[in-house]
Design a protein around this ligand. Structure first.
Ligand SMILES: [Zn+2]
Length: 337
């Protein structure tokens, strides 16, 4: 398994007391060590994204403006997103990690990759930073693959809806975006009815679950909705937006997942595309111990092991509402044609 990490990721200073902090990287490193698969890991230092790769998904003016803004010392980009001088270098390498991993997987270096990047990416829009995110790392990778004719499935199990990723591919038929997220919640998007438009109709699949949702609903979503949708879409690659803020201990969200669930969800997502064509990108996760244990579970799953540091969670306190959402999504995507 490939592990992409770089000291530049710690140079992005998001401001004092910010939950998306450099200390998260140490928790991820601790998780990697605890994964039990260290001997299977080949580490690499991701290169910078090329301008051509960034501008497949972002406005050129946004990219150059961010570079200048950081070089001049940084500051606030939106209510939640602050950057420092080192943020641009961190963001460039976070965005370059996907294309770099793709080249390495194609060369046969491993069967899967975990990219321990920050800043995260899935809220970043075409022309704007948002929600701790500067460049949309997973979208940059998906666009690189789509450019050469691949069919890309993005599975996003971060607790928040990846509005940026959805937006970027909303009209496209060759990138399918599937998100499971707490709803209603930040950033406000990700309702059942958002299904894509034009050629992209049906290639956006939202599973907006209520607070308190546990792993049982996520497993039902995979079995009754995501697996059949993926079978129909027939992806050649799967990219995972692996946010671990759905962990029940996370301070920013209200879901009921365990690190055992992240092992299970990762394994289910990996099965949707062939070996050698599977990449997980770190997104959120703000409780350091939960981030470490969830990373351990995810990394072990990527290496083909079923580490379960804690058992799967069962029913959450949300009752049957989550299952009703899964059934409604199934009706929209699989029964109404
Ligand atoms: Zn999140």
């Amino acid at each position: 398994m490939l592990l992409g990490r770089h000291e530049a990721f710690a140079l992005h200073d998001s401001g004092r007391h910010h939950p998306e902090r450099p200390g998260r990287l140490a928790a991820v490193a601790e998780g990697v060590l605890a994964s039990g698969v260290v001997e299977d890991i080949v580490e690499f230092r991701p290169r910078r994204a090329h301008l051509e790769e960034l501008t497949r998904v972002h406005d050129g003016d946004y990219v150059s403006g961010l570079e200048v803004f950081c070089a001049e010392g940084g500051g606030m980009l939106d209510a939640d997103t602050t950057v420092s001088t080192g943020s641009y270098e961190a963001a460039l390498r976070a965005a370059g990690s996907g294309p770099d991993a793709i080249d390495r997987l194609r060369a046969g270096e491993a069967e899967a990759a975990f990219l321990a990047v920050r800043p995260p990416g899935h809220h970043a829009l075409v022309g704007r930073a948002m929600g701790f995110c500067l460049f949309n790392n997973v979208a940059v990778a998906a666009a690189s693959l789509a450019e050469v004719g691949e069919r890309v499935l993005i599975v996003d199990f971060d607790a928040h809806h990846g509005n940026g990723t959805q937006d970027i591919f909303y009209e496209r038929a060759d990138v399918c975006y599937v998100s499971l997220h707490q709803y209603p919640f930040y950033p406000g998007t990700g309702s059942l009815e958002e299904m894509g438009v034009g050629a992209g109709l049906g290639a956006t699949v939202n599973v907006p679950v209520p607070e308190g949702t546990g792993g049982d609903v996520y497993r039902a979503a995979f079995e009754t909705l995501i697996e059949p949708v993926a079978e129909r879409f027939d992806p050649t690659w799967v990219l995972i937006s692996a946010g671990f803020d759905g962990h029940r201990d996370d301070p920013l969200t209200d879901l009921g997942l365990s690190s055992g669930d992240f092992s299970d969800l990762t394994r289910r997502a990996l099965r949707l595309a062939p070996p050698g064509r599977r990449i997980a990108f770190l997104e959120g996760g703000y409780h350091l111990e939960a981030l470490a244990s969830s990373t351990a579970a995810c990394v072990a799953a990527l290496a083909g092991e079923a580490l379960r540091p804690e058992p799967l969670s069962g029913a959450g306190p949300s009752g049957t509402h989550g299952f009703e959402i899964v059934r409604a999504a199934r009706r929209l995507h699989l029964e109404i044609v």
